[in-house]
Design a binder for this molecule. Structure first.
Ligand code: ADE
Length: 224
């Protein structure tokens, strides 16, 4: 899979890809992530990427031309399955969407900034608009990092134990059951006996029950 991220702040985005699972997945060649600085697609000395909005109002708007040039260059090099725009008024990211996107070959992610992008960018180039939740961030960069993490960990081969993504919270509309590690007893707080029993069918059943009870209590909406 290849992900191209278009941003005015590449430095804000890079560090999540330089550690742990994302770093290893890039090193293993399972995913390629490329950052494109919108300022590199401007003309003129000021490298201007934004301007005042027509009709008045506070806040700057990212201009269409640099974005068009950047997307056109990428599209001239390969085909893209999706051109995603990160925005608080997009569809809210969930596990189903992450699963779907993890199967794509090439995607572009455009990060908004300031008041967002000229509406014509959305009308002309964007195939999908994604929000990471009902709150407003200063820009799409952190949202893009969240989206990439959610997608990349699902690419086959990225997680060492392939089954571990399958038992994630949300993967089957259930929250994950509680987990424990050593010591079995800590200041009077004990690990459930069943987990120490070695009876794996019973353990599996216990985990399913726990996942169901936890979901019923904390997120009953998921069971509907
Ligand atoms: N940009 C600003 N806020 C955002 C959000 N909640 N999700 C995605 N992109 C954003």
């Amino acid at each position: 899979m290849r992900i191209d991220i278009i941003t005015v702040l590449p430095e804000l985005l890079k560090s999540p890809f330089e550690a742990s699972i994302l770093k290893r997945s890039i090193e293993k060649g399972l995913v390629e992530v490329h950052f494109h600085n919108l300022r590199d697609f401007t003309t003129g000395n000021y490298r201007q990427v934004d301007d005042y909005q027509f009709g008045g109002g506070a806040g700057m708007v990212l201009m269409i031309e640099p974005i068009d040039k950047c997307i056109a260059q990428l599209k001239s090099e390969r085909e893209y399955d999706e051109v995603i725009y990160m925005t608080p008024d997009g569809d809210t990211l969930d596990q189903g969407m992450a699963n779907q996107l993890s199967l794509k070959k090439n995607i572009i992610i455009l990060c908004g900034h300031y008041k967002g992008v000229d509406q014509r960018v959305r009308d002309m180039f964007i195939t999908r608009e994604i929000s990471i939740g009902d709150y407003v961030l200063s820009g799409g960069e952190l949202g893009a990092a969240v989206l990439c993490d959610a997608i990349i960990r699902l690419i086959p081969g990225v997680l060492n134990d392939e089954t571990s993504a399958l038992t994630d919270t949300f993967q089957d509309n259930l929250l994950a059951p509680p987990v424990y590690t050593r010591p079995a007893s800590y200041q009077g707080s004990e690990v459930p006996q069943i987990l120490l029993s070695g009876d794996f069918p019973k353990i599996e059943k216990w985990r399913e029950e726990q996942a169901f009870e936890k979901t019923k209590t904390k997120r009953p909406d998921l069971l509907k």
